[in-house]
Design a protein around this ligand. Structure first.
Ligand SMILES: Cc1cc2nc3c(=O)[nH]c(=O)nc-3n(C[C@H](O)[C@H](O)[C@H](O)COP(=O)(O)OP(=O)(O)OC[C@H]3O[C@@H](n4cnc5c(N)ncnc54)[C@H](O)[C@@H]3O)c2cc1C
Length: 439
């Protein structure tokens, strides 16, 4: 009792009536039973990184931190089976001991594997699907207290729901993940103009295994990162003064100052690009250290995915909007690429995608107005067949989402069968799964 939950960015908070940390599946089952008897909502929390209220509830919240063990490692097949509460940063360490690694991960590892899978978390690389596409098997504890194993060979339709489940199907108690032999990555950082990268995009995305770039709003500057697997010795590019004092602390101070004088922002973006990103940089390190990158301080973010061919149109429209609407945006606008898949609620369902992330930082935790920017961005993304990231706050309801996803109604039907009393449904899930739906 008395636990106050805040997400990582401290943009959403809730006070669950009861907060549980079960130590066994039986205890977990007891919580579900209790919730059913008392007609309470149950939400499982991973690391609380989602920039929305997807995990929030004022009823029962479950932390899986004591159900986070390693169950099996199969070195011959490069596979690992873990409990539902395991964090990705722990997985890296365990996998490393066995000479294994995850094939592709996003910007942070301080999240749980279950949380990442629930929201369609992705990294970058045109030949790499989102993280969940490496999952071989998921075990769920359902609302009726039963355990169900699903995979491509067993309960396949439920599996295709579970690979992007929003925490709405049940509690994920174990996951089997396909990995690969551990590897190092080399990262080449270079700079160019936004128009150069957009004009040559199809070649660029195929020029390496993991391609991404960042655009600096109010400039035509872009920084490009290209990563490839390599067997060379490590090369470090970290510089305490430039990366920490300038790139973190001075930036935070200047963005804070710009909350009083927002016309400083174009100058900040230009100056920091010149100081930190104009010169090429080279780095070689363990894969997960290169995949992860510095996300700096607390922030508002939103990210939608569009068909890859719409990347240029969208970024140019966003640039035009910023140029003509007197709104000053923080850097970077981050652009990544993901391969198509067949997961029912995946943003990449049957389409190769580009994911565009916009950010407004909260220097020293300060509120920074961003509604106008978010609204314009959503309109541009919607017109370009965009779909919002499930972890990140957005305004869409069942009504719009069911038109965007060919398998949306199938997901909803399967979900309703597994959880007829809606014990896993909170405010966010009511919005996306029920608002505007004929009962
Ligand atoms: C700094 C930062 C960087 C990020 N970088 C990326 C990125 O590179 N790419 C990207 O795609 N996203 C990114 N995200 C979003 C992030 O990957 C997702 O929000 C992810 O869901 C967070 O995992 P978590 O463990 O914190 O889950 P939480 O936020 O705690 O929970 C997310 C969802 O998972 C459900 N859940 C968690 N555990 C279970 C379980 N055992 N059973 C059932 N449901 C469960 C919760 O109920 C909730 O619905 C980033 C977010 C931040 C704050």
């Amino acid at each position: 009792r008395g636990k106050i939950f805040s997400n990582w960015a401290k943009t959403y908070q809730c006070q669950p009536e009861l907060y549980f940390i079960p130590e066994s599946i039986d205890q977990l089952r007891d919580v579900i039973k209790l919730a059913t008897i008392h007609k309470k909502v149950v939400r499982v929390v991973g690391c609380g990184h989602s920039p929305s209220d997807i995990t929030c509830t004022s009823d029962y919240m479950i932390s899986m931190e004591k159900l986070s063990g390693i169950l099996e490692v199969d070195v011959d097949r490069n596979q690992i089976k873990v409990q539902g509460g395991v964090k990705i940063e722990r997985l890296h360490k365990v996998l490393e001991e066995y000479g294994l690694a995850i094939s592709n991960i996003g910007s942070v590892s301080d999240i749980t594997l279950s949380g990442a899978i629930a929201t369609g978390t992705h990294a970058t690389g045109v030949d790499f699907g989102m993280l969940a596409t490496n999952v071989l098997e998921i075990e769920l504890l359902l609302a009726n207290g039963e355990l169900m194993v699903c995979s491509r060979h067993q309960n396949k339709e439920i599996f295709l729901c579970a690979l992007c489940n929003l925490g709405a199907l049940g509690v994920v108690v174990s996951i089997k993940l396909q990995c690969e032999k551990s590897f190092k990555l080399e990262q080449q950082q270079s700079s160019c103009t936004l128009d150069e990268v957009l004009d040559n995009l199809e070649n660029e995305v195929r020029s390496c295994e993991h391609f991404r770039f960042g655009w600096f709003p109010h400039t035509n500057d872009a920084v490009v990162w290209k990563c490839n697997r390599i067997t060379k010795p490590k090369v470090d590019s970290y510089n305490w003064f430039w990366d920490s004092i300038v790139g973190y602390h001075s930036l935070q101070f200047l963005y804070w100052l710009s909350s009083y004088f927002d016309s400083l922002i174009p100058w900040i973006n230009r100056t920091f690009f010149g100081l930190l990103f104009r010169k090429p940089k080279y780095r070689v390190d363990d894969s997960y250290k290169v995949f992860n990158f510095e996300c700096l301080f607390k922030q508002y973010v939103t990210e939608w995915a569009i068909p890859r061919e719409n990347t240029g149109i969208v970024l140019r429209q966003l640039r035009d909007w910023l140029n003509t609407n007197n709104f000053y945006a923080h850097y970077p606008v981050e652009v990544r690429f993901v391969k198509r898949d067949d997961v029912y609620l995946s943003q990449n369902y049957e389409r190769d995608t580009c994911h565009i992330n916009i950010v407004m930082y909260r220097p020293y935790g300060k509120f920074i107005p961003h509604d106008r920017y978010w609204k314009a961005y959503e309109e541009i993304m919607l017109a370009a067949k965009g779909k919002p990231h499930w972890a990140k706050a957005h305004s869409l309801t069942y009504k719009e989402l069911s038109q965007m996803y060919p398998q949306y109604d199938k997901f909803c039907k399967i979900r309703d069968e597994l959880d007829p009393n809606r014990i896993f449904i909170n405010r966010y899930l009511t919005q996306v799964l029920f608002e505007g739906r004929e009962e």
